[in-house]
Every structure is written in C-alpha cells, then in structure tokens.
Design a protein around this ligand. Structure first.
Ligand SMILES: Cc1ncc(COP(=O)(O)O)c(C=O)c1O
Length: 449
C-alpha cells in the first residue's frame, strides 16, 4: 500500500469531516468541563479530530446533530445489538418507569425470575444474578471464583478485553511471559501477581499456566472479539474445558460480544459447558443491564458456605443492579427483540456483509482477511486470519483504519471505532449491507489509486 497516498486520502477525509460536521466540531470545542472533552475518554478513539454528536437513533439508523443520517453497523459496540430504542423495550421501560413507577427500590420484581428462566433456556446455566455492566458481571464472577476455589489467580487470553477488570490487563510479552498490558492505568499491583495469560488457540500454553495450580478461573470469550475476531480452532474449546476441569479451575465464558453467535451465544451454538457465564450490553436493549449465571452445583457450593458474607458488606455490591427498570428492559429484549427468529435474519445479513467485504478484498488481491461470528463481521489487515490475540494485535494499522472509518462515516456509514467491526441488528436491511459493500469497494479503489 502506498503510504503517501494513504496519508493524502486520510487528510482529505479528515478535512471533509470538519466541513460536514461544524456543529459537532463546535460542541467538542466548547466541552471544557468534560475530562478529555467527552463524557467518557474512550469517545476520543473515533477517527478524525472530534466525535460526531448524537441527535437521535432508531433501529439501525443514527442521526447526528449536523443533520446527517448513518447506517449504523457500530450499534454502540454491541450495546444496541437489539437496534436503537426497540419498540417493545421502549414500551416496557415506559410502563415500568411512568405507568407503574419505581425504577429502583431495593425490592425484587417478578420480571427477574422471568429473565433468569429465559437466560437459563438460552445459555444452560441455571442460577442468575444481575449487574449493570459486563465489567461488573466479570468482577463479581471473579470474586466468587476466588472464594470457592481459594486460589488467587485469574487466567485470560492475551489481548482479550473484559472491561476494565484489573486482572484481565495482562498480555504475553516478547519472551512468552505474562506482562502488564501497555498503557494500563493505575494497576493496584503487578498484574502477574493476580493473573496468568495464555494465547488463544494454544492449549499447550494454557496447560503450562494451569499446572501451577493457582488459577481460580479462566475468564475468556469463546471467540476473541476485541482484537478483531479470532475464531477458535477445532477442538480448542473442548480442550480448554478438559484442562480446566483437570486442574480444578473454573471456566467463565464472557458472552457479552459473542452473544452475536446466536440466541444462546457461543455457549449454546457450540455446546459449551462453562461454570459461569457473564453478559452485558445488548441484553438490556439499550438500558444498562448485565448478568452472570452460575451452574447449580457452583451456586449450591457458594450458598452452602457460611463463612462467606453474600448478603451484606462482603456481598457483590451494586445498589442499582437488578433494578426494576433494567430487569423490565431485559425481559422485553429477550422475549420480543433478540429472538431466535431475529438472530436467524441477522446471521444472513452478516453473511452477506462478509461476502461483500471478501469480494472487495479479492478484487484488489489484498492480504487481508474477514471473519464472522453470527451477526458480527470483522476484517483485519492480514491473511490468513490471526489465530491468537498477539497475532491479531500485530496486524493493526491505525492510519488505514482511520481512513476507512472516516471515508465510510463521511458517506453515511458507522463502524465501531475500536476496530473494523460491523454488527447487524433486527432492523438492518439487505440494502444497508449492499450500500456498505459499494462504499467499501470505492474506498479500496481510491487506496489502489
Ligand atoms: C467481552 C467483553 N466483556 C466485557 C466488556 C465490558 O463491557 P462494559 O464496558 O459494558 O462493562 C466488553 C466491552 O467491550 C467486552 O467486549
């Protein structure tokens, strides 16, 4: 790829974004009272000099304050996988908040058991508890795993992401040993004291680490989704389950993103048998909600321990977790929006999206790859598709990524800012996908010169 050409095109698209989005640019310039000028510093990750400001969103469409409409394949990095403000969720939330009243009262609602039963039907785990974020679901799952195993360490895959969970911010260094993920902010202690790391798809590496006998739980995504998509090779996940059982280590599947694989995530699609499952983002249909499910055996072991304070100060916290509003939103999302039928449609659309990207890559004989996990598709600037997180990380190219994101955004398409990910929601159409395919092809033609 001609670097000078790429830089010229990137500068052109940045200038175009400034021209097209004067209101967003001015709002950003005025935001003196926000840390980093944004509600959350990660919002600065967007390509270009400022983020586009949201005006409204419905289904698979987003409008910015400058009056432009976008086909949204970012979908709030999965938080809006049910589509923006789906009618059934809006109705349930209105009913709970306005008609009945009472969003958070420290009292359970009957919706919670309905949600628990539906999560059990989908994922197989039988005892559920709620959080407001996937990060918290992971943190609380980790605490329970340490309590029940009396072991100190958590093992994760290199270049995983499970939220800002301190234990997970470890990667494999050049010498093959675990080391802090570069740039990590304010670690409470050296991460190698709390954690171990193994490469995804590497059972020998996993076995070596588990053999120390100090790992309470493996926390993993069944497919990595936060460093591009890295799919498991045949036999890998069965091997993880076998090794964790053999070494007395619990297995926590984080299905927050891999939920795209189907109504019961990868766990149901691939017959996995985790001890704990964590999830967040999409299950609230846009309202903050998360959950973790325990096997009946694990739940009984925990509840049978009279030395563990599971109800007061030593409990898992989260005053607003399991609040009536979140639970009503989860129930509506699961019963009416992210249904089995919706997933079947979303998967077909993602296949179409993948085929469109592959055609573009093939037309220019680019050394890129495209991977799909159900309703989620992602392309990476390397081929064959990476097998591990470390390989995937090495294939990053910020300038190329920024150009593609800006090129598409300036023409009405949003991808997730963190990588080249596109997600389908129940409102996405074939026409939306084809529009992306056409624009992706013209972007590649411009790069080719
Ligand atoms: C797999 C996975 N787990 C957990 C999280 C954390 O989610 P949240 O930031 O909503 O807590 C993320 C966020 O991207 C994720 O991808």
């Amino acid at each position: 790829m001609d670097l000078a050409r790429l830089r010229h095109l990137l500068a052109r698209e940045s200038a175009e974004a400034e021209r097209r989005n004067p209101r967003s640019r001015a709002a950003y310039a005025r935001a003196d009272h926000l840390f980093g000028r944004v509600p959350m510093t990660w919002m600065n990750k967007t390509a270009g000099a400022f983020p586009r400001y949201l005006e409204s969103a419905r289904g698979a469409r987003v409008r910015d304050v400058d009056g432009h409409e976008y086909l949204d394949f970012c979908l709030g990095d999965t938080g809006a996988m049910a589509g923006h403000s789906p009618a059934a969720v809006a109705e349930a939330v209105q009913h709970r908040f306005t008609a009945l009243g009472g969003a958070t009262a420290m009292l359970p609602t009957e919706d919670a058991e309905r949600v628990g039963a539906e999560l059990t039907r989908r994922f197989g785990l039988t005892r559920w508890s709620f959080s407001l974020t996937a990060t918290d679901a992971n943190r609380w799952a980790i605490r329970l795993a340490r309590a029940v195993t009396a072991r100190p360490r958590i093992l994760v895959n290199s270049y995983c992401y499970h939220g800002s969970v301190d234990e997970s911010l470890i990667v494999t260094g050049p010498d093959g040993q675990g080391t802090a993920r570069p740039g990590n902010v304010g670690a409470p202690c050296d991460v190698t004291l709390t954690s171990r790391v193994a490469e995804f798809n590497d059972l020998d590496h996993l076995e070596r680490e588990l053999a120390h006998g100090d790992v309470a739980a493996v926390l993993m995504e069944p497919a990595l989704t936060n460093i591009g998509i890295v799919l498991p090779e045949p036999g890998y996940l069965a091997g993880v389950r076998e090794l964790t059982r053999r070494h007395g280590t619990l297995l926590i599947n984080d299905e927050t993103h891999t939920f795209s694989a189907g109504p019961g995530g990868c766990t149901a699609a691939w017959d996995l048998e985790p001890d704990v499952l964590t999830i967040g983002k999409a299950i609230g249909g846009g309202i903050p909600a998360g959950a973790y499910g325990l096997s009946a055996d694990l739940a009984d072991r925990l509840l049978g321990r009279d030395d563990l304070d599971l109800v007061d100060m030593g409990g898992v916290g989260g005053t607003l977790a399991g609040n009536a509003l979140s639970v009503a939103a989860m129930r509506a999302t699961l019963e009416h929006v992210l249904t089995d039928e919706a997933f079947a449609r979303m998967h077909k659309l993602a296949e179409r999206f993948e085929a469109g990207v592959r055609a573009g890559i093939d037309a220019h004989a680019l050394p890129w790859s495209v991977s799909r996990l159900g309703a989620r598709t992602e392309y990476r600037f390397t081929t064959p598709a990476p097998r591990t997180g470390t390989e995937a990380a090495a294939a990053g190219d910020t300038e190329l990524e920024d150009f593609l994101h800006l090129y598409l955004a300036n023409r009405g398409i949003l991808l997730t800012p963190f990588h080249n990910m596109a997600l389908m929601c129940p409102d996405t159409t074939e026409q939306d996908v084809d529009t992306h395919t056409e624009l992706f092809a013209t972007a590649l033609a411009e790069l080719a010169g």
